[in-house]
Ligand binder design. Structure first.
Ligand SMILES: [Zn+2]
Length: 358
């Protein structure tokens, strides 16, 4: 599984340019799925089974990145965040711009330490003051390399193992870790009583857009979102996150965004069923609430007449940075939890999600 994770983590997928990730996953699932489709938004949908309750399983393919906003006469590239990239970590990083003519690598420049005043040294540089240096000496030269306004980019890709055990350190564990858990779970599904739609969604990082249209199209009876969440580190307290990486997937009870009223109160039955499933199968798991961010669940559960939705999340440290750390064991346990959960979905469960009083 670790080789698969490496391939996924090294693929580029800023929101709206998920092609590399989608090609990898499609290639992997063509052999096992009954049907594989790329919809108009760019979501990849793999189908297994055609009878019984309709189940949507969803992990997003995209990752935080940036968009080229201006190329000046000197050939410097000016850019804006595309998704909630950790801006404080951008300077001094290597980045990749995805152009029509291929990938152009560059570095996010920073004023030399010797020339930096004490006042400048103590403040965080806003992204609008940062530039990408691609080694071009003029706008014409930058354009000859293929860079255009509107091109999207990401952190330069990296992947390595940490420590003795199962930890990996890489770009875009959010949400390639979730993609891998979903791929594995989908491959292991056997003669389930439900029609399963594995959705690898686009544009989650800019407002959960792809999952919203996929849910509308598929009209599922029930949905499960597989994403990443926050693991404890020395900079966080248990009040901020109580999850530890390596101690099992998190089953979320509620989420809300800091900046908007977007959120998801997880359907109680689904939440309980996930916890019971984990307990019965002996799968390590944790539970959480977050008021700092949302997942695709925020739009999926509001589709059509409302879709009861659950969330299985893989804890990782250093969110939206180029060095996200996650545990292979958590990915494997997430895959186990997803398959065991799908095995428990039947018409009786779905019937119980709605009540007719008269
Ligand atoms: Zn995510």
């Amino acid at each position: 599984m670790i080789e698969s994770l490496e391939r996924l983590a090294l693929a580029h997928g800023p929101p709206g340019r998920e092609d590399e990730v989608r090609d990898l996953i499609a290639g992997d699932l063509l052999g096992t799925a009954d049907e594989v489709l790329v919809d108009r938004m760019g979501n990849l949908i793999a189908v297994k089974g055609d009878r019984g309750p309709r189940v949507m399983l969803c992990a997003h393919m995209d990752e935080v990145g940036f968009v080229v906003k201006h190329i000046d006469e000197e050939g410097w590239i000016w850019f804006e965040a595309h998704g909630g990239i950790n801006e404080r970590l951008l300077q001094g990083q290597r980045v990749s711009i995805l152009t029509d003519e291929g990938r152009v690598d560059g570095v996010v420049g920073a004023k030399g330490r010797h020339l930096t005043t004490e006042e400048e040294a103590s403040r965080v540089t806003p992204i609008r003051e940062m530039w990408i240096d691609i080694g071009a000496r003029s706008r014409g030269e930058a354009e000859e390399l293929g860079v255009q306004v509107g091109d999207l980019g990401t952190f330069e890709k990296r992947f390595s193992r940490l420590g003795r055990g199962d930890l990996v350190c890489a770009t875009s564990m959010d949400d390639r870790a979730g993609c891998l858990a979903l791929i594995e779970a989908f491959k292991r599904l056997r003669s389930q009583e439900a029609a399963v739609y594995a959705v690898f969604s686009v544009q989650e990082e800019v407002g959960c857009r792809g999952a919203m249209t996929a849910a509308f199209r598929l009209e599922p009876d029930i949905a499960l979102i597989i994403d990443t969440t926050y693991g404890l580190d020395p900079a966080t307290t248990p009040k901020e996150t109580r999850l530890r990486i390596g101690e099992g997937p998190s089953i979320r009870a509620l989420e809300r965004s800091r900046a908007s009223m977007m959120g998801h109160v997880v359907n109680r039955r689904i939440f309980k069923l996930l916890v019971e499933t984990a307990e019965e199968e002996g799968i390590p798991h944790q539970t959480e609430v977050t008021t700092m961010a949302v997942t695709d669940a925020a739009t999926v559960h509001l589709s059509r007449a409302g879709i009861p939705t659950g969330e299985v999340l893989i804890p990782r440290r250093y969110s939206h940075s180029p060095i996200e750390v996650a545990s292979m064991r958590d990915i494997e346990n997430s895959a186990r939890l997803i398959t065991s959960f799908v095995d428990r979905i039947d018409s009786k469960l779905i019937g119980g999600l709605e009540r007719k009083l008269k």
